[in-house]
Design a protein around this ligand. Structure first.
Ligand SMILES: *Cc1c(COP(=O)(O)O)cnc(C)c1O
Length: 368
């Protein structure tokens, strides 16, 4: 018998399945890379902001040196934008880093972390990686059921993940419900409020989660530069929490977890209001384009507050995989969500108008 390395809880982890890279689909299906359309990873279809590109190019000159381990300039930019002290900020190699740091810092093997059914898969991975028990609370209308989550809290629950808006379903929890939840959660439990899609919220949905950080010492707000800011490839995100949380995260992170190009680009992107505005506009228009097509095809979708839409492409449990494969053959990459327990659905990232149109045409030819 061969030797088995590592603890059982590590061996039990199912690897994360990301959106298929364009080059991989080109190889597998013998397609021209330039013609492939990727609507699979909730990336910004505009790419990176020009301001960030210039800042990154300037930073290349210093790449022989280690990055600033404390991210002074980036924290200053975050401080200026969100009016929080630098001591309340943790920089992450993507916000995935923040989510993982949180489980390492606050949950021991055997204790519990909680998240909703159909919420971001990284919560499950991060929980398993530290040998913690997962409390998975059934979703309500594809989103978080906060009262049920409160009722499911156990003595050994140490961490609760909430994604708002949620990925992959796109659901949104209104501010008043979230705040009532924060008030009711036992104060020794850390709540990670993952706001990866916050910048896409329409004005009437926006709320001040950073103000809640001042009020709730157990709240950790997580933000990313990968989505609306267009910097997914650089891997940069950040957490905002009071020092009792932030100190611990900073003690266990790698000293140089955020590279210098990412830091420079993030400073520029954070201050690039026109780019953020344009991203939101492109997204809102693309949402209407996709959902109008779904309506015309009489397909059910979950109304989304992010930069993606989840659509039901059939009634049988093979539907998502089947339609996904047929789309791949036409050079269109979307995200099947069977691994989330949603095998009849696909998650479509909102793209540029011509990308959305190509996807719609392909979907029509398959289902129309
Ligand atoms: C995309 C996403 C993230 C961001 O991941 P990064 O590591 O910052 O690229 C975090 N949470 C959710 C819910 C997401 O969908």
């Amino acid at each position: 018998m061969s030797i088995q390395f590592g603890p059982e809880y590590v061996r039990a982890i199912a690897p994360y399945q990301g959106g298929k890279p364009i080059a991989e689909v080109a190889r597998e299906f013998n397609l021209d890379e330039a013609k492939i359309i990727k609507l699979a990873s909730n990336e910004n279809p505009l790419g990176m902001p020009e301001s960030a590109k210039l800042a990154m190019q300037a930073a290349v000159a210093d790449i022989g040196r280690y990055p600033d381990s404390n991210g002074f300039e980036l924290k200053a930019a975050i401080t200026a934008k969100y009016d929080v002290p630098a001591e309340w900020i943790t920089l992450g190699n993507g916000s995935n880093d923040i989510l993982e740091l949180a489980t390492h810092a606050f949950v021991q093997p055997g204790q519990a972390a909680m998240y909703s059914e159909y919420s971001f898969l990284v919560y499950a991975l991060a929980t398993q990686a530290v040998g913690a028990r997962a409390i998975v609370v059934s979703a309500k209308d594809f989103g978080h059921d906060l009262p049920a989550m409160l009722a499911a809290v156990t003595d050994d629950t140490r961490l609760i993940f909430i994604a708002n808006p949620n990925n992959p379903t796109g659901t949104f929890i209104p501010a008043a419900e979230l705040e009532a939840f924060l008030q009711a959660v036992p104060p020794q439990i850390v709540v990670v409020l993952d706001e990866a899609y916050n910048e896409y919220l329409p004005p009437e949905c926006q709320y001040e989660s950073i103000a809640w950080v001042r009020q709730y010492p157990n709240l950790l707000v997580s933000r990313t530069m990968s989505k609306a800011y267009g910097l997914a490839g650089l891997r940069i995100g950040f957490g905002i929490a009071q020092p009792a949380i932030t100190d611990l995260l900073n003690r266990i992170r790698q000293p140089f977890n955020v590279n210098s190009l990412a830091q420079a680009a993030a400073v520029a992107a954070l201050n690039d209001k026109p780019f953020l505005q344009k991203s939101a506009e492109v997204n809102a228009a693309g949402y209407l384009q996709l959902t109008a097509a779904f309506d015309a095809l009489k397909l059910i979708y979950v109304p989304s507050f992010g930069n993606f839409v989840m659509v039901k492409v059939g009634e049988d449990d093979g539907a998502g995989a089947r339609v996904n494969l047929a789309l791949l053959k036409q050079g269109i990459i979307v995200r099947p969500v069977g691994n989330y327990g949603l095998p009849q659905w696909l998650r479509i990232t909102i793209g540029l108008p011509h990308e959305n149109a190509a996807f719609i045409a392909a979907l029509k030819s398959l289902l129309g």
